[in-house]
Design a protein around this ligand. Structure first.
Ligand SMILES: [Zn+2]
Ligand SMILES: [Zn+2]
Ligand SMILES: [Zn+2]
Length: 756
């Protein structure tokens, strides 16, 4: 008989891994122990010849669905006499940490238990080792009940028996709870409180069916709900959210009800049903009122993922409800019960909550299918804090992220962990959320910063935070150019080495020359880059107003390519903007007041949306390009002209052709298609040119513009035909939400090369 120590790393805590090992060992009559370490799980077993290998083989083959085994290291140790197989208490000595599971949608077995288990009939917070809250309730490590917001609830005897019973699905399920001992729901209507679960469900359903609005506490924050088919209800919900014009997500009872309002593909449905339960952007079916998604041809869909959602749909007549984060304006989603009461009681007809705290805020994640794969756009619940595994050492590196769509990132050995979606740091509450989340990540991942990476823009609030942190802690800081970080992000996710052709199309990012870049072709590796080509520079005036007033970009492009004299009412855009305002804008440009010079794809898309009259002022981030994409006539293959000359791709000819098409009354669908085809062709030509001069065949495409499915698929298809290797983000957003990952990657490369 010999004793072996088996250390297993990966996502192996909070997903029923120790019970799995226990059962496996017991079934093979092996004696020993299993325990959680900060780094993963350690199994000690006594075996005779052969059974050790079989045991390890079965660990790989039979590990629970939500877990992810990354490595198994076996060492023989001195013989220890074990009696039977047991689970030891957690060992917390090491400074290294293991993975923390994201929150997991309720499983089928728990939904069945909710109808059959006496102490859990209709219990809306039912969970087991396969499902339930994780990241959202964790306050420290290791992942044990006292280190979660379940610590306040003492298990009843029944729950305790299940928790201790290795043959039970709730064996060591930390959030285990039931109607007797767990957190409870309550409802506030006006000043009345309702505490009976059946009444709460019944009244919530009734209010929604009668056109009212509800605030409902979710896993990572509050949501606001109403009947999605009731236009008036949708409008009053929009009013309640104060200045929020973003498209609303919609929760469907099931796939059948989804098919009544949208046109999902098989891949869309698969993505919707994953345990992460993201919002998936799907082709709209023109049934929902236009106020749901603001007139776009897509709609964000989500399926139920909390037991409460299922209970609600059992009573609801409506099978489709608006399901949007409860936040006012651009503030982070509300998690605190008192704040919810104070801010929402006047805005909604009732508030439904439960009395367990949310430790870590997270929004619903969002993504869409592009080129056959689900690509994340907003990375939060279900995905955070799953790390991105890279093939270099990133230990101790903090990436501060961007400013507008912020996530930060921390490096733990060969893992880079992105924070949940934080949002726009210019908003004071979001900035506080950023600070708090950083502290929490420090605790739960035992992160000690050694090196800090920030964007080149010194005024980004993330950059200001990074500078202060570097100064306070006396540690090194390195500055990473925005588009280099985008390329590095995609390279890190795809584990690319060596030089690549990097194409980044996005809104804004400060360039080396002090101008705002965003239509960039680079030859880059993790360490450095050289800019080969860029979209033509165009001056746009207005400072912060530029991004939400596309008419400014429209006039700028017209002045640049048609000439100053063209600012007359002959142009549709000038007519719409007003001649006086247009002339005033021209003057601002001439005097260079509040003006910046852009090579940005974002500005180009804004300009076209404005020149065609489709979107002069955008009510939410990236509305103009989203609307342009949404009107494309897919049957048109023709494109406007562009010019690739030396280092510049100019869309001057396209602008002239578009103005002429608008004058002729050409349909917006045709104009939009020809424009998108034009940008795609220009990008492909730019990439071919870069390959010619460099011989590089690996292409990385990143930046917010590549959330545009039409352009991305068109470019990928052509590049495939041209025998390029094309890489694109998948589990990390291509937009600024992924920037911090790239910052950490570049900083790691510099450190490993001895440059820092
Ligand atoms: Zn379950
Ligand atoms: Zn209980
Ligand atoms: Zn960017």
């Amino acid at each position: 008989m010999r004793t072996f120590s088996i250390e297993i790393e990966g996502l192996v805590q909070g997903v029923g891994f120790r019970p799995f090992i226990y059962k496996l060992a017991s079934s093979m009559n092996l004696e020993g122990t299993v325990e959680n370490l900060n780094t993963g799980v350690r199994v000690m077993i006594n075996t005779r010849n052969g059974s050790k290998d079989k045991f390890i083989e079965r660990i790989w083959a039979e590990a629970p669905g939500q877990s992810h085994v990354e490595s198994v290291v076996v060492n023989e140790v001195g013989f220890i006499a074990y009696q039977g197989f047991s689970i030891n208490k957690s060992n917390t000595l090491s400074q290294k940490v293991t993975r923390i599971s994201p929150d997991i949608a309720v499983c089928e077995d728990c939904l069945k238990d909710m109808q059959t288990q006496v102490h859990r009939i209709n219990y809306p917070l039912i969970n087991c080792t396969k499902c339930g809250p994780r990241f959202s309730i964790i306050t420290g490590i290791p992942y044990d009940r006292p280190m979660t917001t379940m610590a306040a609830f003492k298990m009843c005897e029944k729950c305790h028996d299940e928790y201790d019973d290795v043959n039970d699905r709730r064996f060591h399920a930390q959030p285990v709870a039931c109607n007797m001992c767990g957190p409870r729901y309550s409802m506030t209507i006006d000043n009345f409180n309702v505490s009976q679960m059946n009444d709460i469900i019944h009244l919530t359903a009734k209010i929604i069916d009668e056109g009212g609005t509800i605030a409902l506490k979710g896993i990572g924050g509050y949501h606001m709900l109403c009947d999605a088919l009731n236009a008036e209800a949708v409008i009053s919900l929009r009013r309640a959210k104060v200045r929020d014009a973003k498209p609303f997500a919609v929760m469907c009872r099931d796939i059948e009800s989804l098919k009544k309002i949208a046109r999902p593909t098989t891949e869309d449905i698969k993505a919707l049903q994953t345990w992460q339960r993201p919002v998936v952007i799907i082709k709209d079916g023109n049934i929902l009122p236009s106020s749901v998604s603001g007139g776009l041809d897509t709609v964000g869909i989500i399926l139920p993922y909390m037991p409460f959602h299922y209970l609600l749909f059992r009573e609801l007549k409506s099978s489709v409800i608006v399901f949007t984060s409860a936040n006012l304006s651009d503030e982070p989603v509300i998690t605190d019960d008192e704040e919810a009461f104070n801010k929402l009681k006047e805005q909604v007809d009732a508030i439904v909550k439960y009395n367990r705290e949310i430790a870590n805020r997270s929004d619903d994640s969002v993504g869409r299918l592009i080129a056959g794969k689900f690509r994340i756009i907003r990375r939060s619940r279900g995905f955070t804090p799953t790390p991105v595994s890279v093939d270099f050492n990133a230990e101790g590196i903090f990436g501060a992220g961007a400013e507008l769509t912020n996530c930060f990132a921390i490096g733990k050995e060969k893992d880079i962990i992105l924070s949940q979606h934080i949002g726009d740091l210019k908003n004071a509450a979001s900035h506080e959320f950023y600070r708090q989340s950083y502290l929490r990540f420090g605790e739960i991942f035992r992160f000690i910063p050694e090196l800090i990476a920030r964007d080149m823009h010194p005024d980004y609030l993330s950059s200001v935070f990074a500078e202060k942190m570097a100064e306070d802690k006396g540690i090194n800081l390195t500055v990473v150019q925005h588009h280099h970080a985008h390329i590095a992000c995609c390279m890190a996710e795809n584990r690319l080495k060596g030089k690549v052709i990097g194409v980044v199309l996005d809104g804004v990012g400060l360039g080396d020359d002090g101008r705002i870049w965003g239509g960039e072709f680079m030859i880059a590796d993790m360490l450095e880059y050289s800019r080969i080509l860029h979209f033509d520079y165009v001056p746009v005036a207005g400072g912060n107003a530029v991004s939400h007033e596309p008419w400014r970009s429209g006039l700028s492009y017209i002045i640049q390519y048609l000439g100053q004299e063209e600012i007359s009412e002959k142009l549709a855009l000038v007519k719409l903007t007003g001649i006086q305002k247009s002339l005033l804008y021209k003057e601002l440009l001439e005097k260079k007041i509040n003006m910046a010079i852009y090579s940005s794809a974002g500005r180009l898309f804004d300009a076209i949306a404005a020149i065609t009259g489709l979107c002069l002022e955008s009510k939410h981030h990236a509305e103009a390009p989203m609307r342009l994409e949404s009107v494309i006539d897919q049957s048109i293959d023709d494109h406007y002209n562009y010019c690739l000359n030396k280092e510049v791709i100019s869309f001057g000819r396209a602008i002239k052709e578009i103005v002429s098409d608008v004058e002729k009354g050409t349909g917006i669908g045709e104009i939009s298609a020809k424009f998108h085809n034009c940008v795609s062709s220009a990008v492909i030509d730019g990439i071919r040119y870069t390959r010619e001069i460099s011989g590089i065949n690996d292409v990385v495409i990143s930046g917010g513009t590549f959330q545009n499915r039409y352009i991305t698929e068109r470019i990928i298809n052509q590049l495939d035909e041209d025998k390029f290797n094309v890489y694109y983000n998948k589990n990390v957003p291509a937009n600024d939400g992924g920037l911090a990952l790239g910052q950490v990657a570049v900083a790691a490369a510099r450190r490993n090369a001895g440059l820092i």
